[in-house]
Design a protein around this ligand. Structure first.
Ligand SMILES: C[S@@+](CC[C@H](N)C(=O)[O-])C[C@H]1O[C@@H](n2cnc3c(N)ncnc32)[C@H](O)[C@@H]1O
Length: 395
């Protein structure tokens, strides 16, 4: 027979736990006739040992008891198994989230978590990236260049070099843009334009040619802006075109400063609805906003593009939704057109030519292979997604 103290020592449990087990009827003590103290036979200790083992196997106290008494049915066991599997899954998820949060690794699970985070609350996601030590520039580069949180500087630098030598940094179409401009009531009304995410200035140059307005080109890539500034100088346009190194998330301008904001291939970087909300105050009354927005053009995309865009732009949507969101954000929809395939073809041809030149000069690099793979994917699934060009008027 064993005393309370001995049982607690043997099983490494507290006195109160032992007495609780006794109260629950799991074990029964006999009384020492000399002093009325509790005594436990070996069989009770064995029973408690078995219960501890079953608990370690994931059963609750009463389930362990039922199990010992042969009352636990196979159905109950299966139920317990699936609830354990669920707990393990939750724990693994928590583990990879913590890994991502602490920058330890970028596993498949943590990428899924990031995509979910970004899709559900893009603004909070970017703020979170900043708390993780990413500058805003890096945070947004993850969106438009390096899709990998752990992507290194060399990888990113290769993309900038590639884009710097291209005619434009995203696809665009002058003929379509001219048609878009024809929907603006009076060109005289457009005196001040902001080219948001101008890159090296494909849009700025088009606007200089077709509208008699002052243009501010904003981008956060210094190399692109340096190239644009050179062009401005060579064309002696300093009094019409200013070039600003700033963020499209917090553009440094006065309210109602612009009659037209021009955003080709840039709004998605901060998210469509976020862009509408942030940029609207900069527009004069009845001012125009032109956005080309990456959209699904089919209800049933193939898995490969689905996977690609899940990674690159988790909140990507379809045209109808974007048009509706623009109206909800206080804009009138003036015209909505899909960028033609020919614009993609010439963009990709330009990219291919530059890749060939860079490979010749600098040798092979993962960034070039990734670019090839991206072109192939875009060509293979052409028509399933693309830029929708939306001309909106502030209401
Ligand atoms: C797809 S390119 C489009 C460039 C140009 N509009 C065109 O169509 O050729 C996107 C541009 O947005 C710029 N960008 C990315 N993040 C930005 C940010 N936070 N603020 C300002 N510009 C940004 C990039 O440097 C790049 O020039």
């Amino acid at each position: 027979m064993f005393t309370v103290f001995q049982v607690c020592e043997t099983l490494d449990i507290s006195r109160s736990t032992l007495l609780y087990y006794e109260r629950r009827g799991l074990i029964t003590a006999v009384r020492n006739p000399a002093n009325n103290y509790r005594l436990f036979p070996q069989s009770e200790i064995d029973k408690l040992r078995a219960i501890k083992l079953l608990q370690a196997g994931g059963l609750s106290l009463s389930e362990s008891l039922s199990c010992l008494q042969g009352k636990l049915t196979p159905g109950q066991m299966h139920e317990r198994l699936s609830s354990l599997a669920e707990q393990i899954n939750r724990l693994e998820q928590a583990y990879s989230i913590l890994q991502a949060l602490s920058g330890v690794s970028s596993s498949e699970k943590s990428r899924n978590w990031q995509q979910n985070f970004e899709r559900q609350t893009p603004e909070t996601y970017f703020n979170w990236l900043k708390t993780q030590g990413f500058s805003e520039l890096q945070a947004l580069q993850i969106r438009w260049i390096s899709k990998d949180m752990t992507g290194n500087d060399d990888y990113t630098e290769r993309f900038y070099e590639l884009f710097l030598n291209m005619r434009r940094q995203g696809p665009g179409d002058s003929t379509l843009n001219l048609e878009i401009l024809s929907h603006i009531d009076s060109h005289e009304q457009i005196k001040s334009i902001l080219d948001m995410g101008s890159g090296t200035g494909a849009g700025t140059q088009f606007l200089v040619e077709h509208l008699n307005a002052n243009i501010t080109a904003l981008d956060n890539a210094k190399t692109f802006l340096d190239q644009l500034s050179k062009w401005v100088k060579s064309e002696r346009l300093e009094d019409r075109v200013s070039v600003i190194d700033a963020s499209m998330l917090s553009p440094p301008f006065k309210e109602k400063q612009f009659d037209l904001i021009w955003s080709e291939g840039s709004a998605y970087i901060m998210g469509f609805t976020n862009a509408l909300k942030t940029w609207k105050p900069l527009l004069s009354d009845d001012g125009y906003l032109f956005i080309t927005e990456m959209c699904w053009l089919t209800d049933k995309p193939d898995p490969e593009p689905q996977h690609f865009w899940q990674d690159a732009y988790p909140e990507m949507s379809n045209v109808a939704t974007r048009e509706q969101q623009a109206q909800q954000a206080g804009f009138e929809l003036i015209v909505s057109k899909t960028l033609p395939q020919s614009a993609w073809d010439s963009f990709h041809q330009d990219m291919r030519n530059q890749l060939q030149i860079l490979r010749g000069k600098r040798g092979e690099h993962r960034a070039y292979d990734d670019s090839d793979a991206e072109i192939d994917m875009f060509e293979q699934y052409a028509g399933q997604f693309g830029y929708q060009c939306l001309l909106l008027r502030k209401q």
